[in-house]
Design a protein around this ligand. Sequence first.
Ligand code: GTP
Ligand code: MG
Length: 264
Amino acid sequence: MNKKKQSIRIKIISMGNTEVGKSCIIKRYCEKRFVHKYLATIGIDYGVTKVSVNDRDVKVNIFDMAGHPIFYEVRNEFYRDTQGVVLVYDVTNRASFEALESWLSEMKAEIGNPSDMDNIVFIVCANKTDQKRQVEESDGRLWADAKGFHYFETSAQTGEGVNEMFQTMFESVLAAVENGGKRQPLGTQLGYTREQAEAIQRLKAARDNHERLGLTNGASKDEINKAFRRLSVLLHPDKSVAPGSEEAFKILVAARTALLKGSR
Ligand code: GTP
Ligand code: MG
């Protein structure tokens, strides 16, 4: 007899700044439609959808969070027992990308046991790709990769990426459940290491040349060259397939040249 696997219930939340499109992404998936007019979520919206994943019935509880700071008190009760997070930013709004870290901090502070964060499936959605960007794909992808999170480009308006994103979410949460509640590491699928992703991010975001090379002010010629060699092995475009390697390598070379000019 072909015995169907037991059905299961999972909890997914949406997270990210106000107006980035969290509710629209969920609406696009559940109702296959898009609404132009902005209707702010007040506190939390709750919905249930049933899907079938790998021959298993899955009842998905979706908690759609309001992004506005005034709803912090309402949101903080809903972080516990979350298995998957749709972490959204708006590619037309850099501040919403820069806010992703603070969303993780808020969740971590409210979740009860902070180490639970390691077993939650996070999917970063770079949303509104149908519009003119302020945040490049390579920036978003690197941020996600450095954290070990999935990354999808989505448009709730056209539907791009939305079904694929949710499918990956359900499969990944199910895989974690079947693995005793432990999230499967993503690193092996990338073709480059988290160390490379982090180095590129630092080179692009740093405020001065010392910071770019991971050095303190007043570093000697020797230290500068050592740091340069270590980073150039990581980032040389012939060796690294990580997005942004070429640009980061140029920044690295310019930083070393400038630092050596000023060093003893
Ligand atoms: P809060 O509930 O306040 O946290 O906001 P939210 O993140 O749920 O945003 P919502 O889904 O309500 O969308 C905000 C606005 O962005 C609405 O006017 C949407 O029509 C618009 N919007 C959402 N997704 C897209 C998209 O992919 N493309 C475009 N062009 N507009 C979008
Ligand atoms: Mg909303």
